[in-house]
Design a protein around this ligand. Structure first.
Ligand SMILES: NC(=O)C1=CN([C@@H]2O[C@H](COP(=O)(O)OP(=O)(O)OC[C@H]3O[C@@H](n4cnc5c(N)ncnc54)[C@H](O)[C@@H]3O)[C@@H](O)[C@H]2O)C=CC1
Ligand SMILES: N[C@@H](CC=O)C(=O)O
Ligand code: NA
Length: 436
């Protein structure tokens, strides 16, 4: 028997309004699929007057989120306000009141997920988070259910729509970074603080949730190596293209012999890979499992209704399973804790191949010096290309691509190269992901 759901909706911005529109437009279909009606009973927002005009008359609108928690008829709270507080207090209060929670708030779950999931487990309620990771893509469901037979070995994905939109639009149109970022903000893709997007923090939030679900480990933001796209130069995007690669901001987690890797950084992806051809605000996630092998999930990772789609899917799941025994419901990330799981890896132990752009003097012997330092660190060179730097006749740029090596060795080699007199400026370091 399904349970009728009365929703208390916190927030009526991009995600809250998208959720409301879907529930209204597809009401009969959703009722049929959930086995019981799902209706919004109350909305809590900052701007009550604006939202009052946008919802049906029987929906109560107030500015106080406590109203959602104290209303005994509300059995699910949807948190779509974002940020840490009061979202954390709202979710913990809703759990304490025995209500299920659906949230799109990856920042909150990445920072406070262990506390929230534990509270929900103790209370026997659900905290559903499909919207928090890759928006409309049912990646949480795929990992928990569709791939439940697998030992997942790696997840690599484009999990920030804003960055992917910036990278593809800059490449296709030559428009400036700031101009394209402003458009992503207008389109509702960017976070309230867009530095979360462009500095890789939003991707890291989603990555720790994916890693937690796939490997049964606690969420831990301190263990993620994070680099964003703000310092990426147009010439590296161009050189990468010439060499047959696209630069994408990737979130990568791997279960390796030396621990669980967690890293977010721009990466060169071979153009022949599907991930290299994911454009605009689209997201895509590649999961490798021992049985299913490689599978790819693609879709809209941001936007009002695409994210609302994931919120409503979680509401339907809750309607179907609310009456079931807790053990019959899908497990939450940290509650499927795997006691045998490896610890997190040190970033220095990561194995990668590299793209280096090195500004150097244009004179004999310089390439030999670079090659010697690379060899002294047991790194093998895949290719070495010298570029003309037209503005300064006595200088040039070397693009050096390596085979796989260990991050700490690469960093040592870079430090040594950087000290050469013939190296004229900072060495640009990007990683390659072959995604085989
Ligand atoms: N915009 C997107 O495409 C996606 C957003 N998310 C996440 O969804 C959440 C919401 O994002 P958006 O809808 O884009 O934000 P938004 O800024 O468009 O909407 C926020 C809403 O929350 C309300 N609000 C803020 N503080 C409040 C408070 N103290 N009490 C009551 N209401 C309050 C505001 O009035 C507004 O209606 C964030 O956690 C975000 O990271 C997740 C996936 C995609
Ligand atoms: N700001 C995020 C929104 C969805 O999570 C993004 O750009 O992907
Ligand atoms: Na999702």
């Amino acid at each position: 028997m399904a349970t009728p759901i009365k929703v208390g909706l916190a927030g009526f911005g991009n995600v809250g309004s998208g959720t409301y529109s879907i529930l209204k437009r597809n009401h009969s279909l959703i009722t049929q699929r959930a086995g019981a009606p799902i209706t919004v009973k109350r909305v809590a927002v900052r701007n009550v007057d604006r939202v009052r005009k946008l919802v049906d008359e029987d929906v109560a609108v107030s500015s106080d989120w406590h109203d959602l928690v104290t209303d005994p008829e509300i059995n699910v709270v949807v948190e779509a306000i974002g940020g840490i507080e009061p979202a954390r207090s709202l979710i913990l209060a809703a759990i304490d009141a025995g209500k299920h929670v659906v949230t799109a708030n990856k920042a909150l779950l990445a920072e406070h997920g262990n506390e929230i999931f534990k509270a929900a487990e103790e209370k026997g309620v659900n905290v559903a988070l499909e919207a928090a990771v890759a928006g409309s893509i049912p990646i949480v469901k795929a990992l928990r259910e569709g791939l439940a037979a697998n030992r997942v070995s790696s997840i690599a994905g484009i999990i920030n729509g804003t960055c992917n939109f910036i990278l593809s639009t800059m490449r296709d149109t030559g428009r400036s970074f700031d101009d394209v970022l402003a458009e992503a903000q207008r389109l509702g893709y960017a976070e309230a603080d867009p530095t979360f997007d462009i500095e890789g923090i939003d991707s890291a939030h989603k990555l720790v949730l994916l890693s937690s679900i796939a490997f049964g480990v606690p969420v831990n933001m301190d263990k993620v190596h994070i680099e964003g796209i703000s310092r990426l130069e147009a010439k590296d995007i161009k050189f990468a293209e010439e060499l047959g690669y696209r630069i994408k901001l990737l979130g990568i987690t791997k279960y390796t012999d030396y621990g669980i890797e967690l890293r977010v950084h721009p990466a060169l992806v071979p153009m022949r890979r599907l991930l290299a051809n994911v454009e605009g605000a689209m997201n895509a996630v590649v999961v490798k499992g021992d049985a299913a092998e490689s599978s790819l999930y693609y879709g809209k990772g941001a936007g009002s209704e695409p994210t609302g789609s994931a919120v409503v899917a979680d509401l339907i799941d809750i309607a179907r399973t609310a009456d079931a025994n807790v053990s019959e419901r899908p497990k939450m990330p940290t509650t499927q804790h795997n006691p045998g799981a490896k610890d997190f890896a040190d970033f220095g132990d990561t194995v990668c191949s590299y793209y280096l752009r090195i500004p150097v003097d244009d004179r004999p012997g310089v390439l030999a010096d670079l090659a010697r330092i690379i060899a002294d660190n047991n790194i093998s060179i895949e290719s070495l290309i010298q570029r003309e730097a037209p503005q300064k006749e006595d200088s040039t740029e070397v693009i050096l691509m390596t085979h796989s090596t260990i991050e700490s060795l690469m960093q040592r080699a870079i430090r040594t190269m950087q000290q050469l007199k013939s190296v004229r400026g900072p060495i640009v370091v990007l990683r390659k992901e072959e995604l085989q």
